[in-house]
Design a protein around this ligand. Structure first.
Ligand SMILES: [Zn+2]
Length: 155
């Protein structure tokens, strides 16, 4: 299976990881580098705030491992036009993230973890229904491939 190296990263004053995303300084719970061409491994950085409690850590690890596995499998991602689809949630800007957020909700529900500060399943589903057939089928295909990462019970 896909590989990743995990490390606890230094956070900013709020405990989040900061990185540049398309020229914008972004705060995140975790960050996954693209896979290395020599080792095939991604580097996953976990923020101090995510490491503070087991539920946040579980969801963050699942989210980032989802990215690492998608990178390992070489799944393509395409951008979603959030404006055209009237989706006011920046993080759903590509098909991989859309699939990962759906999966995060799936695993949260399975593990009885509240989705605080994140998208509810109801809203996520309502956004999903606004997308084109092509977008929905590419999200569903990524969802199916990454499902084994998220179909697990927190120990
Ligand atoms: Zn992400």
């Amino acid at each position: 299976m896909g590989g990743a190296e995990y490390s606890l990263s230094e956070g900013n004053s709020n405990g989040f990881i900061e990185y540049m995303d398309h020229g914008n300084l972004t705060e995140a719970w975790g960050y996954t580098s693209p896979k290395s061409l020599t080792t095939g491994l991604s580097k996953v950085s976990i923020s101090p705030i995510a490491a503070q409690n087991s539920k946040a850590l579980f969801l963050t690890m699942a989210h980032e491992t989802g990215h690492a596995y998608a990178s390992f499998l070489g799944l393509g991602r395409s951008l979603i036009d959030l404006k055209a689809n009237n989706i006011g949630w920046e993080e759903l800007a590509d098909t991989e993230h859309f699939a990962i957020y759906k999966l995060e909700n799936f695993t949260a529900l399975k593990n009885n973890i509240p989705i605080i500060g994140k998208l509810s399943t109801v809203r996520l589903d309502s956004f999903f229904r606004r997308l084109s057939t092509t977008e929905r089928s590419s999200i569903s295909s990524i969802y199916e491939k990454l499902l084994p990462i998220f179909d697990r019970v927190m120990k």
